[in-house]
Ligand binder design. Structure first.
Ligand code: LLP
Length: 418
C-alpha cells in the first residue's frame, strides 16, 4: 500500500499533485510519502508482534539514508542497520539510539570499528575472524566490552538477482556454517567481545518465505549442535530482504513472512532482529522527471528525460523494472512502444525499455515508481550532473528534505585545493 494515486487523471502524492511538486521544486525530483513510510513500518511491526519478544526492527540505512527519513523512522521506535562510518554518523546526527544499532559490512576499517565502539552500538555483525580480532583489540583499547553477532552464511538460494544474493556459499558475506564454531569459540577466547547473536542476511527483493525458513532452520540446527559455545547468544538477526511490488503483485504481505518465520523460533528464547530496507522505503518514493526530447530513430520511439542512470541506476545495473507513467494520463490515451531513456552518454542509460507508454511530449512529466529505496542512495554525479532534490509529503504539506545539488557543490572539493 502506498499513497501515490491518480485523481482525475493526475498523479498525487497524498494530497499534493505531482505537477505542483515538480513546479515548486524542479526536476528530476525524488518524492517520498511520510504516511507510506509510517504505514510500512507499522505493518511490519504488527506482523512480527506475536513473537515471544517484540523484534528489534533495524531499518537498513543504505536503502535511503536521508536524515529526514531516518528521523521519521527513529520516532516510530526503529533502530538502524549500518554498514559504514558514514551511515553511523547519519544515525548519530539524528540522535538515533545507539543501543538499537547493528553494524554489518565485509570491510569495516579499524577506525570505523573504534568509532562505533565509542558510539556504544548494540552489535557488530562480524564477517570474518580477522575482523573479530580487530574489534576485540579496539574494545580492549577503549577499556570496554562489545556485543558481536557472527554473520553466518547459511548457503541458501533466495532466488533473486545474482548481484543481490548474499547468503549463498560462494558469496563474500559471513563465515560458512562449517567455520562458525571456530569463530564463535574465538569470540569466547578474546577479551573485549561477547558473542550475543548470530546473523544471516540472504539477499534482497526476496519474494518467497521458504529461503527464510531454510536459513533459520540451518542456524537453529547449528545452535542445537553447539549449545555450549553459544550459551550467550540472545539475538537472531535474520537480516532484511523482504521483497516489494515493482510490476504488480510480486511482494508478499509482512504477515506471510511472519507466519512462516515465527513458528520456527517460538520458545527459543532468542530476540529477533529484522533489517528491512526496501520493504519500508521502495514504494514510499517516486522519481519525477521531465521529458526533454522525443524522437523516432532506427524505428524506435525514444523519450529522453532529465533523469538518467546517474539518478536511478537500478534499471541499468540490475535490469530492474520500474513502472513508468505520465503524471497526467487519460484512459483513452493510445499506447506506443517506447524506450524511456536518460541524458547520459551511454547506451545502458535507460529507465525503461520497450514500454507501452501513452504519447508524451517535450515538457511533460513522467513518474518512475518504487523509487524510494536504492535510488537516491545509489545516485552519482556522472556526466557532472547534480543530484536531484528530495521532498517529503505528509498529507497536504510538502517540504524539501534535501536541496538540489549545485555545480558549486560538485566542484568544491577540487576547487578548494586551488
Ligand atoms: N541487511 C544487510 C546486511 C544487507 O546487506 C541489506 C541489503 C539489508 C539488510 C537490507 O535489505 P533489503 O531489506 O533492503 O532488501 N542495491 C540493490 C539492493 C542491495 C541490497 C544490499 N544489502 C538494489 O537496488 O536492488
Amino acid at each position: 500500500m502506498d499513497h501515490f494515486d491518480y485523481r482525475d487523471g493526475e498523479l498525487y502524492c497524498d494530497d499534493v499533485s505531482a505537477t505542483r511538486l515538480a513546479e515548486r521544486w524542479g526536476t528530476p525530483l525524488y518524492v517520498y510519502s511520510a504516511k507510506t513510510i509510517r504505514h510500512h513500518y507499522q505493518v511490519l511491526s504488527d506482523a512480527f508482534a506475536p513473537a515471544d519478544e517484540p523484534p528489534l526492527i533495524c531499518y537498513s540505512v543504505k536503502a535511503n539514508s536521508n536524515l529526514h527519513v531516518l528521523r521519521e523512522l527513529s520516532a516510530l521506535g526503529a533502530g538502524f542497520d549500518v554498514v559504514s562510518g558514514g551511515e553511523l554518523s547519519r544515525v548519530r546526527e539524528i540522535g538515533g539510539d545507539p543501543q538499537k544499532v547493528v553494524y554489518a559490512g565485509v570491510g569495516k576499517t579499524t577506525a570505523e570499528i573504534a568509532n562505533a565502539i565509542d558510539a556504544g552500538i548494540l552489535l557488530f555483525n562480524v564477517e570474518a575472524e580477522s575482523e573479530l580480532e580487530r574489534i576485540a583489540l579496539c574494545a580492549q583499547e577503549a577499556g570496554t566490552e562489545v556485543g558481536v553477532a557472527i554473520r553466518v552464511n547459511p548457503d541458501v538460494d533466495p532466488k533473486t538477482h545474482r548481484y543481490i544474493t548474499t547468503g549463498k556459499r560462494e558469496n563474500k558475506f559471513g563465515v560458512d556454517l562449517d567455520g562458525a564454531r571456530q569463530t564463535i569459540a574465538l569470540a569466547r577466547d578474546l577479551d573485549g567481545v561477547v558473542c550475543r547473536g548470530l546473523h544471516i542476511h540472504l539477499g534482497s527483493q526476496i519474494t518467497a518465505t521458504a529461503p527464510y525458513v531454510e536459513g533459520i532452520r540451518r542456524v537453529l540446527d547449528f545452535l542445537d549442535r553447539e549449545p555450549e559455545i553459544c550459551s550467550e547468544v540472545r539475538y537472531l538477526d535474520i537480516g532484511g530482504g523482504f521483497g516489494v511490488h515493482y510490476e504488480g503483485k510480486e511482494g508478499l504481505p509482512a504477515t506471510q513472512f511472519a507466519d512462516a518465520i515465527l513458528p520456527e523460533l517460538a520458545g527459543r528464547g532468542l530476540r529477533i532482529v529484522l533489517e528491512p530496507g526496501r520493504f519500508i522505503m521502495a514504494n514510499a518514493g517516486v522519481l519525477l522527471t521531465r521529458v526533454v526530447t522525443t524522437k523516432m530513430s532506427g524505428g524506435r520511439r525514444f523519450v529522453i528525460c532529465d533523469a538518467g542512470m546517474n539518478d536511478l541506476i537500478r534499471p541499468s545495473l540490475y535490469q530492474a523494472y520500474h513502472r513508468i507513467e505520465p503524471v497526467l494520463r487519460k484512459e483513452s490515451d493510445a499506447k506506443v512502444l517506447t524506450d524511456i531513456v536518460g541524458p547520459i552518454c551511454e547506451t545502458g542509460d535507460f529507465l525503461g525499455l520497450d514500454r507501452d507508454l501513452p504519447e508524451v511530449a517535450e515538457g511533460d512529466l513522467v513518474a518512475v515508481f518504487t523509487a524510494g529505496a536504492y535510488a537516491f542512495t545509489m545516485s552519482s554525479n556522472y556526466n557532472t550532473r547534480s543530484r536531484p532534490a528530495e521532498v517529503m509529503v505528509d498529507g497536504n504539506a510538502d517540504r524539501l528534505v534535501r536541496r538540489r545539488e549545485t555545480f558549486e557543490d560538485q566542484i568544491r572539493a577540487e576547487r578548494e585545493i586551488g
